[in-house]
Ligand binder design. Structure first.
Ligand code: MG
Ligand code: MG
Length: 238
């Protein structure tokens, strides 16, 4: 799983390095497929539940599951890449949001808060903690900063399948029941945060999820192993 995740992290780094104004988002799909071929791994999302691309590429108000397209990136856009691969039967999954050129104000805050919320969630991935300690840490931080967590999409267990139990919401559900984290569990923790309300809707392509109020969204994800020595982020490039 570490190798699957390492490859995902390297690909995400390559994608982020290719972000600049004037680039069509389909370029990132081509790059993602090329890098999968280089590493001799299968892109995890292509064909999964019928998803037509190797890469989820979501711009601005698009939260997740956006299609790479002829859309041309503009300075100030926020582009999210969500990438997964299969290596030797194991899945890796990670996501990042990259600004197109320098951003400040609300856009910079959205990126900073989402990234920090992921770090706070990961810090709770300790053996003996409750699963919802992760959810609660993300929610508390994001809402404390005046932003919203998306509720419709959640993180997940990961291993020989992309999506395994348990679901990992970025909020504490009303009917939360305890689930104690144990060494050996591997979790894809992935806060999706908006600068407006938490509601999303899916466009007529049946995939692209956008904020209902068309506010901006950001998405960061790591695959994290619960170990007896604490959380270990697997989706790092080195
Ligand atoms: Mg993902
Ligand atoms: Mg995921």
């Amino acid at each position: 799983m570490r190798e699957a995740c390492r490859i995902v992290a390297v690909i995400l780094k390559d994608l982020a390095a290719a972000v600049e104004p004037g680039v069509k988002t389909m370029v990132f799909e081509e790059l993602a497929r090329k890098r999968c071929a280089d590493f001799k791994v299968k892109p995890a999302f292509l064909g999964m539940y019928g998803f037509p691309f190797a890469l989820c590429c979501s711009v601005n108000e698009e939260v997740v599951h956006g299609f790479p397209s002829d859309r041309v990136l503009q300075e100030g856009d926020l582009v999210s890449f969500d990438m997964g691969v299969v290596y030797d039967g194991f899945y890796g999954d990670s996501a990042t949001t990259v600004p197109v050129g320098p951003v400040n104000g609300d856009r910079a805050k959205l990126l900073d808060v989402t990234k920090e919320s992921l770090a706070r969630g990961i810090a709770q991935a300790e053996a003996g903690n409750d699963l919802y300690d992760i959810s609660g840490a993300v929610q508390k931080y994001v809402e404390g900063q005046g932003l919203s967590v998306v509720r419709r999409f959640v993180g997940h267990g990961i291993g020989r399948k992309l999506h395994e139990k348990p679901e990992i919401p970025n909020f504490v559900p009303q009917d939360a029941h305890r689930l104690t984290l144990l060494p050996g569990m591997v979790l894809a923790i992935e806060p999706m945060v908006t600068s407006g309300g938490p509601d999303v809707e899916v466009l007529s392509d049946n995939w692209t999820a956008v904020t209902k109020d068309r506010s901006l969204a950001a998405h960061f994800e790591h695959t994290v192993a619960v170990t007896k020595n604490g959380p270990r982020i697997l989706s790092l490039a080195d």
